[in-house]
Design a protein around this ligand. Structure first.
Ligand code: HEC
Ligand code: HEC
Ligand code: HEC
Length: 446
């Protein structure tokens, strides 16, 4: 054995070692989460949790161990070959080892790993839509489109993903084992093959890029590693571990689940474990306050929300509650709590009085809030704008009898005068009480 072939072997070992290390640090971590998504999907389908999928052939718990193994390991050979080929280009002298192998050996390596990869692509195609649907849920939830849209993502989108994943696999084989001719120019046939694969694989890679951008916020999944092992150790025994992964909850609801498990089910958890598992669940199956705000408010306020004045947390709650009058489900309580939490954290530092002195502002807000507990404070405001104090006082008296907590009689003069001042300036009125009236028309058609 001479000096240079030893060096050659070392280089080859180095390129394969690097490839394997990179695989286990990178894609493998991601596949662990995919494997959980897959298990959660299949086990919950097979328990009839989902009313739509009771007779789906895929709703079979026997799939779980196979699916998990395929996702975790079956893509490994091809990905490692491709990475090794990539490093080989830099590290090995001459063409990389995989290109130098005799054709027979290429077939021996490529065919079985491609067959394994096909199984990987199949199971992955079912796992990928899960984080997608978690991400999409908050955005597609309007009227009754939720169930059909979620159903489509879960049952139809795998058929789009599967061919794309397969094409990417074929391309990986070609990339890993292709032979470069001595003059560095690929043959016409090889050139044609490469173009054909790019045409098939490129749209898929674009799709993956789009998915990566859309699910960007969920990249936090990858940093929930401690939580993953705590979850694997602590969340089984009483029910399948994957049961919690069927649910999408707000952060407060997940904290409540953890607290009931600790206090009522007497689950022994250290504080660290509890925090880690909570973080894991939040990363896998929840929305941050910010995301909730973005989905519920930014479709109309994308450009102007940066210019909003700061408001007190109570006022943010009131603004959001007024929106709920027009769309009670879309702005239901858990959603409102998150929106208000986000706005209180980020937009309440220096609450504005909208150019008014403190007393006038406080008076306006007190009367306006009292009236808007039943209907918009601007209801028929144009009619009363030019009315005299007596007419307004008469109306306020009529309203006061409806109040659960009425103003005392001697205050009614003041209330009427304040109301009169408040409705004088329609622009100010709108600033103080946004969403007092339903929004007519929208940038989006719903
Ligand atoms: C000591 C037994 C036990 C262990 C261990 C356990 N659970 Fe549970 N879990 C239960 C019981 C009992 C129920 C059913 C309660 C019910 O539905 O009323 C349940 C139900 C659930 C539910 C569905 C009801 C809900 O609150 O949404 C979730 C989610 C859940 N568990 C999450 C977890 C998580 C996360 C872990 C790991 C930290 C875990 N469980 C570990 C006993 C356990
Ligand atoms: C369907 C579209 C739409 C949605 C959704 C929406 N808004 Fe508005 N919002 C409007 C319109 C229209 C105005 C009035 C703008 C004007 O007065 O010119 C407004 C005004 C406001 C204002 C006052 C603007 C200012 O300059 O001070 C605030 C604050 C506000 N909205 C908060 C919210 C919050 C919080 C949410 C989410 C919980 C939300 N909006 C969701 C359409 C929307
Ligand atoms: C407890 C619920 C409730 C509260 C609080 C309330 N209203 Fe009303 N308001 C109603 C109802 C119901 C109607 C429609 C029936 C009616 O006219 O009495 C109405 C109608 C009105 C009208 C149109 C009809 C009219 O009488 O001119 C105006 C203006 C009005 N309210 C102003 C106010 C003002 C100003 C306040 C605050 C001082 C207020 N409301 C507080 C329930 C309420």
């Amino acid at each position: 054995m001479n000096e240079s072939s030893l060096h050659g072997r070392r280089r080859i070992a180095l390129s394969f070692g690097l490839a394997a290390a990179l695989f286990f640090l990178g894609p493998f971590r991601l596949f662990e989460f995919s494997a959980w998504d897959f298990e959660a999907l299949i086990s919950n389908l097979s328990w009839d949790f989902n009313p739509y999928a009771d007779e789906g052939w895929y709703a079979n718990p026997d799939w779980i161990p196979w699916g998990r193994a395929l996702i975790l390991y079956a893509g490994a050979p091809l990905l490692i070959f491709a990475l090794a080929r990539f490093f080989g280009g830099f590290l090995e002298k001459g063409p990389p080892i995989l290109a130098r192998l005799p054709r027979r050996w290429k077939i021996v390596l490529a065919v079985p790993s491609s067959i394994l990869y096909a199984g990987f692509a199949f199971a992955q195609a079912y796992a990928i839509p899960i984080p997608l649907s978690v991400e999409a849920f908050w955005w597609i939830e309007w009227y009754d489109h939720v169930a059909p849209a979620m159903e489509w993502i879960r049952t139809e989108s795998p058929f789009l993903l599967f061919p794309g994943l397969l094409a990417a696999g074929v391309w990986l084989v070609y990339y890993a084992f292709r032979t470069m001719p001595a003059d560095g120019k690929a043959s016409r046939a090889a050139e044609g093959l490469r173009t054909a694969f790019s045409v098939v694989a490129l749209p898929f890679l674009l799709l993956i890029a789009v998915v990566a951008i859309v699910t960007g916020p969920r990249a936090v999944r990858l940093f929930a590693e401690g939580g993953l092992s705590a979850f694997e150790n602590k969340c089984f025994g009483c029910h399948a571990e994957s049961l919690p992964l069927y649910l999408i909850k707000t952060p407060a609801e997940w904290r409540r689940t953890m607290a009931t498990h600790r206090d009522i089910e007497n689950l022994a958890l250290t504080e660290d474990e509890e925090n880690e598992i909570t973080d894991f669940l939040l990363a896998m199956r929840s929305y941050s306050d910010k995301e909730t705000f973005q989905t519920r408010c930014l479709r109309c306020h994308l450009t102007d929300f940066v210019r909003w004045e700061d408001r007190t947390p109570d006022d943010w709650a009131a603004v959001t509650a007024r929106l709920a009058q027009w769309s009670p489900y879309y702005y239901r309580r858990d959603v409102r709590e998150q929106v208000v939490a986000y706005l209180s954290r980020t937009r309440s530092d220096q609450p504005s009085t909208f150019g008014l002195d403190d007393k006038t502002y406080a008076d306006f807000m007190r009367v306006g809030s009292a009236c808007s507990s039943c209907h918009g404070v601007s209801l028929q405001a144009e009619r009363y704008r030019n009315a005299d104090q007596a007419e307004i006082l008469d109306m306020v008296r009529r309203m006061n009898v409806k109040f659960a907590d009425p103003f005392p009689d001697e205050k009614l003069e003041d209330v009427a005068a304040t109301y009169r001042g408040l409705i004088q300036d329609p622009v100010l009125l709108k600033e103080l009480f946004p969403h007092d009236q339903p929004v007519e028309g929208s940038v989006l058609p719903w």
